[in-house]
Design a protein around this ligand. Structure first.
Ligand code: BTN
Length: 255
């Protein structure tokens, strides 16, 4: 443990930086490979959605190889990795913008949220493969020349529009981001999600809000008030009946 031996590989165009990392995993490459592209032709998000990736965004994937004592421990601990990565990304955004509207949306999106706007700023995917994990981060940095649709109830928010200072180059964001990822990852490896719970809860858009959790097909699975994020990073909802349900996946919308 300690420093992640980052090896950054830059590309102009790829199908998906995640796919590059998956190839690196198949080839047995070490933890720390980072793939960054200026644009993606086949960028994808969670639940099979496409991630439009024109020039101006940051598209970055990281190969991690967390070790677990057993499969049961892996199943119990891995879901919270996405949450701590979203803290690293949230801290990175806060490095460039003090705007209070920047929030983490469970499980691992970064949004820009006001009474009028729900803007997606960052999408994060975490894919567990045999013995390795591919973390993918798509950050809207500069507004592209052609407007793109965000889908769902979202608009898109761009870091350049909310930043306190001009963003000179993508490398500045990458170096802050990798530093923050290294910090949270090392702590998570030894201590799990617990040391991050307060920070996550304080900066999430959902805590104390009435929400619906939807299936991929859009059906309502659960409805209730978000009352906690547990040790394993599960979303805890208090239903009308008073029952607490723990949710490990799904799309969450304000009710
Ligand atoms: C989501 O919100 O559904 C997650 C989006 C993840 C997008 C990033 S962009 C870099 C990496 N490469 C991909 O194809 N996807 C991730």
């Amino acid at each position: 443990m300690g420093e992640i031996p980052f090896q950054i590989r830059l590309f102009e165009t790829v199908d998906s930086t995640n796919n590059k990392i998956k190839q690196a995993i198949e080839q047995g490459e070490n933890e720390g490979v980072v793939v960054v592209a200026q644009r993606q032709e086949g960028g994808y998000g969670r639940q099979g959605r496409s991630w439009k990736s024109p020039v101006g965004g940051l598209y970055l994937s990281i190969l991690l190889r967390p070790q677990f004592a057993s499969l049961a421990e892996k199943a119990q601990r891995l879901p919270s990795l996405g949450l701590v990565i979203s803290i690293a990304v949230w801290r990175t955004i806060k490095h460039f913008s003090c705007d209070e509207a920047v929030k983490i949306k469970w499980p691992n999106d970064i949004v820009y949220t006001t009474d009028e706007i729900l803007g997606k700023l960052v999408g994060i995917s975490v894919e567990a493969l045999a013995e390795a994990v591919c973390v993918g981060i798509g950050l809207n940095v500069f507004r592209p020349s052609e407007a793109i649709e965000a889908g769902d109830k979202y608009t898109l928010t761009y870091l350049e529009d909310i930043s306190d200072k001009p963003i000179e180059k993508m490398e500045d964001i990458i170096s802050v981001l990798l530093h923050e990822v290294e910090c949270v990852y090392n702590k998570w490896l030894t201590e799990g999600f617990s040391p991050f719970r307060d920070e996550y809860q304080a900066n999430t858009s959902l805590f104390g809000r009435s929400v619906q959790v939807l299936t991929i097909a859009g059906d309502v699975m659960y409805e209730g008030v978000v009352c906690d994020f547990d040790e394993a990073g599960l979303l805890c909802l208090k239903e009308k009946t008073g029952t607490i349900v723990r949710v490990n996946s799904g799309e969450v919308h304000l009710a």
